[in-house]
Each structure stands twice: as structure tokens, then as C-alpha cells.
Design a binder for this molecule. Sequence first.
Ligand SMILES: *[C@@H]1O[C@H](CO)[C@@H](O)[C@H](O)[C@H]1NC(C)=O
Length: 316
Amino acid sequence: MDSSHILLAGSTVTAVGFGVLYGLLVYWSPDPLVTRESEKKYRSHKFQTSPKPLHTLSEPSTVDLTVVIPAFNETERLPLMLSQAIDHLTTKAHHSFEILIVDDGSTDRTTSASLKLATKYSNCDIKVVTLEKNVGKGGAVRHGMLYASGERMLMVDADGASRFDDLELLWAEMDRIAPENAPGVCVGSRAHLVKTDAVVKRSLLRNILMYGLHTILRIVGVGHIRDTQCGFKLFSRAAARQLFPLQRLPTWIFDVELLLLAKMLAIPVAEVPIDWHEVPGSKLNVLTASLQMLRDLLVIRANLVLGRWSVKPKTD
Ligand SMILES: *[C@@H]1O[C@H](CO)[C@@H](O)[C@H](O)[C@H]1NC(C)=O
């Protein structure tokens, strides 16, 4: 074999290698998220049986705040979380608000439990939208955001792990980084708790994986955010309009995609230390979740680098 043969063989192997990688990328990339007709409507205390059309993100806001709660099989945890949220919003804060519960295709009657709660708190504006199929936390949050009426939107986990009162910390920071309804994102952060009991009590495996995650996040390009995964994040409407239509990931690692998009779109992001406690009954299997996360992060990065996903907001 002379050198030209070696060269030919080498480039063939390389080409096949890239072909396989590209094939994997296409295979692993999530399909665009689709919204079914029934998912553009909500039910509430007043409209239990005849759903009404949801407000869309392109319309002007009608309230100060939308609280978006992704809920998959959350009949157990929703009542406590909701009572804390409503207690804060009705007695301590002065924002006009709506609560949007997104039932992510639950099979435990989360929707009817939510409607019961909406009746219990009939003086509050609680909307319930039911996704026909389970899409994942990222898809559920995105859906809520695309149909929110608020000038600001808070995404909050149904598990009640964060203290709802800390909303005001994010709110004040938003006033600072995004005055006059400019684009801005304020993320709750547990990074200051890392050396405290709350985190030491977590299993060793969880802590090792946490460390691994931070290393990968640095490679992916969001190393400047110390806690990407906290389920307590506030978006201004202007930021939401730019970010959520572009979001592709339906899985639980969607936060990273949003933060990466915010960086590429030069939307200011602030991290705000908040209180937080570990809640039993996490639905995450840490090991499979980590592998899925690694795959999704690489998929985001590769799609953005190769230009398969564009960060130019669509104008349709
Ligand atoms: C959701 O709840 C239903 C009813 O309790 C149960 O059968 C199902 O396994 C749950 N799904 C998951 C993924 O937890």
C-alpha cells in the first residue's frame, strides 16, 4: 500500500465516522414540539367542562405575574405547594397574578385534582391545561410560558422544594437587571448551600454527578451559571418571547438550553440565592438521568454549532 492508499483509507474512515456521528445527532435530536388544538385551551373554576382559549405570548400582558407549574402525577404534592404560593401571593405580595398548571399527560388525575384546587381557591385565577401526551418537564414549562398572560413568568416545581416567598428576591433582582419590561431572566440558585447540611445529606453518587454536570456545563458554555437546575426561575415577558419559541428540549435538562439561548441572545441572566430543601420522592433515576443529560447537552451544542438549530427568533 503506498501513501495515497493510506490517505484514501484514512479519509474514508473519517468520513464514515462523521456520517455516523451526524446520523446519531439527527436521531437523538428531539422532534419539534407540537401543540394540539385541545392544548390551546384551559379549564378553570368557572369553566370546568367548556374549555376557554388561552392567552398567547405574542399578545400584551394582562397581569403582573403568571406562575407556571409543570405537573406530572402531582396530585399528592400540588395541594401544599399551591397553598404556599397562594398564601404568599394573596397576603404578602402585591402582584396581580394567574396560576397556570400544566398537566403533562399525567395518569393519576392531576387535572381533576387541579380543578378541585381551583374551586377551593375560587377567588384566584387558576387555569389548568392538560397535555394529551406526556412530553417531559421542559415541554410542559415551555407550553405554560407560550400561553402565559403575565408581564413576568415564574416557573416553579410542584414539589414545593423552594420557599415561595423567595419570589420577591427574584422580583427585586429583575427590577434591577431588566427595568421597564426589558428582557431578563432571574434564576433561583442553591449554589450558596453547597457546603451546608442540605447538600451534604445528599448521596455521594448525587454529589459526584453534580460535579460531573458542572464540568460538562463549562464545556457546553453555561459554566458562568452556578446552579442551572433550580426549579425556580423568573422570566420577563420580553425574554420569554425570545426564548421559549426557540426551545427544543422537552426533557428535564431544558434549563441549560434556555440559559445557553439567553447567552447567545445577550439576554441578561442573574443568579439569586434562595432557600431550598430536598424533598423526598424525586422522580429522577440519577444514573439514567445523567446519561440522558449528557446526550442532550451534546445534542444542543452540536445542533447550535452546526447551525441545524438557529437562534434567530422566528417572525411567523
Ligand atoms: C402515574 O400515576 C399512575 C396512577 O397512580 C401510575 O399508574 C403511574 O405508574 C404513574 N407514572 C409514573 C411515571 O410515575
